[in-house]
Design a protein around this ligand. Structure first.
Ligand code: PLP
Ligand code: SF4
Length: 340
């Protein structure tokens, strides 16, 4: 018989931490010492895409500062309710790239599994905030639709686990999925797209490191960090243990007005990432998703920022500025130094 204490003991620490996340506006305001009057909060925005933030991340928000760059990423604001031309509900045409249940293929050689709709944190600028996850993720029918497609397509050598955030799934489920992927001989690389090493570092637990360490696949983890202040000692520890398990660590960021759109912020981010063992990969222009227009940084400013970074940093610490244009064969580089 499984007793209540057994169940509690068996629940991994990170799952308990995830369950204790801050899920409503008043709890958050109390935690960071702000009043409603200090901010431009919108309950309707919260109803549309609910607030969610792990305590581990809330602890890195500066108290009593409505402009804190971490707070601005997660706070539901009135500005989200403005309808802005060009900002829509499926800006990157994900729904047109679905090739099997929960599997997207846009680019040659790699396919992306939507493993889950869940995330550990809700980022207000997220391009998937309107994606009908629950109907589209691949876990339905035990991943079989996605796995059949991968088996039948020998030109695919890399599988990307995405979501939502794949690391919200238990290690039991993830390792079973990964075993099935490992059994497909033409798959060489497993890539995990996750914001969790940054927002819930306790998730990088021994069980996870164990199945990662045993895999025959090349493992790449692309974390998602937008600001140097997101990286504290617990995050550095988590990244170090992934690195020790043989994982290649890269970072993608989104260029966000009021958060990281200065050369100083981006330089610091690259430097802090590098000292934590992570190389910058992409800096994405914001996808034009409805509700996120107030985060938009224009292309001319984005190009100037990259030019400044090039003058300040070694080439390997300058992220590639890209945007996603529906129907293109790759992410599209936004090149500085040219007109247009
Ligand atoms: C972004 C993305 C990828 C990964 O592209 P890379 O340039 O290899 O990082 C793969 N598949 C889909 C559907 C994507 O949106
Ligand atoms: S963690 Fe990633 S997928 Fe989830 S809400 Fe944030 S940006 Fe979107």
């Amino acid at each position: 018989m499984i007793t209540r204490t057994d169940t509690i003991r068996q629940t991994p620490f990170w799952q308990r931490e995830l369950a204790e996340s801050i899920l409503n506006i008043d709890d958050l305001l109390r935690y960071i010492h702000l009043d409603r009057a200090d901010t431009d909060i919108s309950d309707i925005a919260h109803e549309e895409f609910s607030l969610r933030i792990p305590i581990a991340y809330a602890d890195r928000i500066k108290k009593s500062d409505p402009d804190d760059p971490l707070l601005r990423q997660i706070l539901p604001l009135c500005a989200e309710m403005q309808s802005v031309p060009g900002f829509n509900h499926d800006p990157v045409a994900d729904q047109q790239s679905v090739v099997a249940q929960g599997l997207l293929q846009k680019y040659h050689g790699r396919a992306l599994i939507i493993t889950t709709g869940a995330c550990a944190i809700h980022c207000r600028y997220c391009f998937r905030r309107h994606f009908p996850y629950n109907a589209s993720h691949a876990a339905v029918s035990d991943w079989s639709g996605a796995l059949d497609y991968l088996r039948d397509n020998p030109l695919i050598s890399e599988v990307i686990l995405s979501g939502g955030d794949p690391l919200t799934l238990s290690d039991t489920r993830l390792s079973k999925l990964v075993q099935k992927i490992e059994a497909i001989p033409h798959i060489k690389t497993l890539r995990i797209h996750s914001r969790i090493p940054v927002v819930l570092p306790s998730r990088i637990c021994d069980k996870l490191l164990n199945w990662i360490g045993k895999s025959r696949l090349n493992i790449v983890m692309v974390i998602h960090c937008n600001h140097a202040q997101e990286i504290d000692f617990s995050v550095i520890d988590a990244l170090q243990s992934l690195k020790n398990a043989g994982v290649t660590l890269l970072n993608q960021s989104v260029l966000l007005a009021g958060i990281n759109n200065t050369a100083d912020a981006l330089q610091k981010l690259s430097e802090v990432l590098f000292s934590a063992g992570v190389l910058p990969y992409y800096l994405h222009l914001l996808d034009p998703v409805a509700g996120a227009a107030h985060f938009d940084v224009g292309k001319p400013q984005a190009k100037n920022l990259i030019t400044s970074l090039q003058a300040r940093l070694p080439g390997y610490l300058v992220p590639r500025l890209v945007q996603e244009i529906a129907g293109e064969p790759s992410k599209t580089p936004v090149i500085s130094g040219f007109m247009g």
